[in-house]
Design a protein around this ligand. Structure first.
Ligand SMILES: [Zn+2]
Length: 261
């Protein structure tokens, strides 16, 4: 058995036996894994604060034949979510990333594009917030809502749940800003003719934003002002698609909803 190593993001941990933890972690090279971290609650040397969900770390682990769980030997922090001050909105957004990935990613299946997406949005989510930095460095700050919107949209695309959003899913006609809708029954967006009874409108701003987000990296939106309400209908659209596909409600999405996200 050889020790494998990969960049990884910690998704979730839960205790088994005294001082041991099971860790669900998403590696760049091997996909999502579950492993046992022996004595994790005692060994600060091997794990330190790296078991906090959404920590980006270098992981060392051993795969065992015919066993589902790997042995997680060590994590070395590359970027910690705790490096920036904690606030409710940011922690709720990070918890959402963790839950969605834990639910959506198959185990032992490398998902390099998803991994790169995650690392890039984490850089934005852990950026220092405007109200606690010196005024001279505080331009417009996007905060966690932009990162949440970008991540949700791209996860919907990468999971194959987002048909061409420039055209109506039903008839293929080009959509027009302000006349675009989505509904809880099917993927994609619909024109005014194919808007069904329980449809919700997608605002012109959100529709244009979605098209820009699918063409540009998340860093391109970092300088924009992002009040919490911006893109809220777009987030609802993507969440509906994700939850319909997963066939369950995401607990952390309810928490975000209570924060007005
Ligand atoms: Zn149509």
């Amino acid at each position: 058995m050889s020790v494998l190593t990969s960049e990884a993001v910690v998704l979730r941990t839960w205790p088994i036996r005294e001082a041991d933890l099971i860790v669900s972690f998403f590696t760049r090279d091997y996909g999502r894994m579950k492993g046992v971290a022996k004595s994790a609650l005692k060994s600060r040397k091997r794990f330190g604060g790296a078991l906090e969900p959404m920590t980006v770390a270098r992981a060392w682990f051993v795969e065992k034949p015919r066993q589902e769980l790997v042995r997680l030997d060590q994590l070395e922090i590359l970027r910690s979510p705790l490096a920036a001050p904690v606030d409710h909105a940011r922690m709720a957004v990070l918890s959402f990333f963790a839950e969605l990935l834990d639910e959506a990613l198959p185990e032992h299946d490398p998902q390099e594009t998803v991994f790169r997406l995650l690392v890039s949005v984490l850089e934005q989510t852990t950026a220092v917030q405007p109200d606690i930095v010196q005024p001279q460095s505080a331009g417009p700050q996007s905060g966690p809502w932009m990162a949440l919107t970008y991540f949700s949209l791209w996860m919907t695309r990468l999971m194959g749940l987002l048909p061409d959003i420039a055209h109506c899913t039903a008839c293929g006609e080009a959509l027009k800003a302000g006349e675009t809708s989505f509904n809880s029954l099917g993927d994609g967006l619909f024109c005014a003719v194919h808007r069904n009874g329980n449809a919700s409108a997608l605002s012109a701003d959100s529709w244009q934003l979605a098209q820009r987000m699918l063409r540009a990296p998340v860093s391109a939106f970092a300088g924009e002002s992002w009040p919490r309400r911006r893109g809220m209908d777009l987030r609802r659209f993507t969440l509906q698609s994700l939850e319909r596909h997963l066939e369950r409600r995401l607990r952390t999405a309810e928490a975000l909803g209570r924060l007005g996200g």
